[in-house]
Design a protein around this ligand. Sequence first.
Ligand code: NAP
Ligand code: GDD
Length: 343
Amino acid sequence: MAKKRALITGITGQDGAYLAKLLLDKGYEVFGAARRASEMNVSKLQDVGAYEGIEYVSLELQEITNIFRAIEKIRPDEIYNLAAQSFVGASFEMPLFTSDVTALGPLRILEAIRQIDRSIKFYQASSSEMYGKVQAVPQNENTPFYPRSPYAVAKLYGHWITVNYRESYDIFACSGILFNHESPLRGLEFVTRKITHSAVRIKEGLQKELCLGNLDAKRDWGYAAEYVEAMWRMLQAPAPADYVVATGQTHSVRDFVDAAFAHLGMELSWSGSGTEEVGTDKASGKVIVRVDPKFFRPSEVDMLLGDNTKARTELNWSPATTFTELVGLMIEHDKKVLAHNGI
Ligand code: NAP
Ligand code: GDD
């Protein structure tokens, strides 16, 4: 039997690397789409051992012509659209760019599928950020959305256009509403990796303080390597649908900081409040965590907590890695990186 062909956009990102590895292991022919750069960032793909097995294609989500060309040429069975301007904080500074890539990007791909071959299955990387100012706790597939950032508004468009093309043109299109998922491959701009990377450096005396924004924000954090399995399962289901993918547990940013330093054998005491809050290392009496208002967002998502019942029952998917294990594996990775690179 011919190998299945999958096209993954956002191949250089965290999820792109884990999904590529998963599909290669399942015997797929994997085509990785990356936007043109003077030097493609392949470190995540190398980390998971997927770099060699992929056929690369240059693809910019803002440019419809190269999307048509890539799909015409590859004729994939499945397309996973993971590419996006994915950093919420940056979306307040680049709302137009974010909208073009993150909202209209999926539309361009869907339109290419509609015109080239409607049997191509499509996965859209939707986000729990769409729940924003949450209208119910926990959030499931029926919870109304209330986006709180240009990123979330753009993702909401991507979600609904996916639903619309499914309903209008009978395309097998699924929207995966994924809650935050992290890993050692997470970009340093996201709070979890910023914390683990800095905690290791502070422990080693290479950095004095970790400056953060809102410590009270709560997220449902899972392990990215497990979440890509849910993406694949959605496209193997008997019928296309939308699914929440989450752990069902929520923790604050402060909890994450505590867990990271605890893994390194350090205990913090917290004092002050709001923008004056600091975390002090109990053993040395030194302030090592400080709130800096520059990391606050113009409008915040205070709390996310997902209800994964549908994914559990219909996809037989469930998360395995606990919050403490996730923090631990990220810290252990950053310790190795530091030992290897010395920075
Ligand atoms: P990520 O590490 O930030 O990766 C984003 C990818 O998109 C990168 O490969 C990036 O390429 C690519 N990209 C950005 N702009 C592009 C453009 N104009 N044209 C083509 N490619 C472009 O994100 P991730 O954590 O893997 O997340 C994957 C997807 O899931 C994203 O759509 C994200 O919004 C969504 N999501 C993530 C989470 C999460 O917690 N991780 C939760 C829900 C939804 P470069 O390397 O060139 O920058
Ligand atoms: N990045 C960052 N940096 N966030 C901070 C900081 C900081 O110094 N201090 C506090 N935070 C808070 C943010 O205000 C937010 O409430 C929370 O930590 C998480 O921020 P991020 O790690 O940047 O992730 P996010 O939740 O905004 O977005 C991520 O998850 C979404 C799914 O809910 C991204 O991966 C999105 O692409 C994804 O859709």
